[in-house]
Design a protein around this ligand. Structure first.
Ligand SMILES: [Zn+2]
Length: 202
């Protein structure tokens, strides 16, 4: 039973992480094995803590320790603008740019019928609640669709535009400075800031 062997088990677990092949998993496992025990415990604790302490913001669905999250509760942010992104990593990339002062909404994915991802699998209902008539003090005037320009990202943006526009909220799409098929989180900050600044209404 290879799985009963602690090293094999660790290699197997690490190998299931995104971007980690078998060789890398092996290298990481032996690094952890050779590291001081305190370091290994710290790593294990950090992994457990993200699961125990991090949850979704009930407003924007970003990952947070506090609900509402720091961005949603920041008094100086522009509450009229909501930027919709696919993943928390995209939000972090935009925040690193440091120019966007509005709020966000994290979908946690994009529409992908081939992978069985439909509207109900994304945080679309929570977004519509923020914009809809059921929210009488809704202050949102503009929704910026900042999903990546991949086929799925575009389809998701078009789907959302069709849902949101009838509410009388301005809908815009980030400019095509982002390379086609590019993942937002890997785009450099200048390009990302320009793509946001040059957004066009749809
Ligand atoms: Zn939030």
């Amino acid at each position: 039973m290879a799985d009963a062997d602690p090293i094999a088990r660790l290699v197997h677990r690490l190998g299931r992480l995104p971007g980690i092949g078998e060789k890398s998993a092996m290298r990481l496992a032996f690094h952890i094995l050779r590291a001081p025990e305190a370091e290994a415990r710290e790593l294990a604790r950090a992994i457990i803590e993200v699961h125990e302490k991090i949850r979704l913001c009930s407003t924007c669905c970003h990952l947070t320790e506090r609900d509402p999250c720091d961005i949603c509760s920041a008094p100086r942010r522009d509450r009229h603008t909501v930027c919709v992104v696919a993943q928390p990593t995209d939000l972090l990339a935009l925040e690193r740019g440091g120019h966007y002062r509005g709020l966000y909404h994290v979908l946690h994915g994009v529409l992908s019928p081939l992978d069985g991802v439909g509207p109900d699998d994304l945080r679309i209902a929570a977004l519509m609640r923020r914009l809809g008539p059921a929210e009488p003090d809704s202050q949102v005037h503009e929704v910026i669709l900042a999903t990546s320009p991949s086929v799925e990202g575009e389809a998701t943006a078009m789907y959302l535009a069709r849902l949101i526009k009838p509410l009388g909220v301005k809908v815009s799409r980030i400019a095509s400075g982002v390379p086609i098929g590019g993942e937002l989180e890997y785009v450099d900050q200048v390009t990302l800031t320009r793509a946001l600044g040059d957004r066009r209404e749809i």
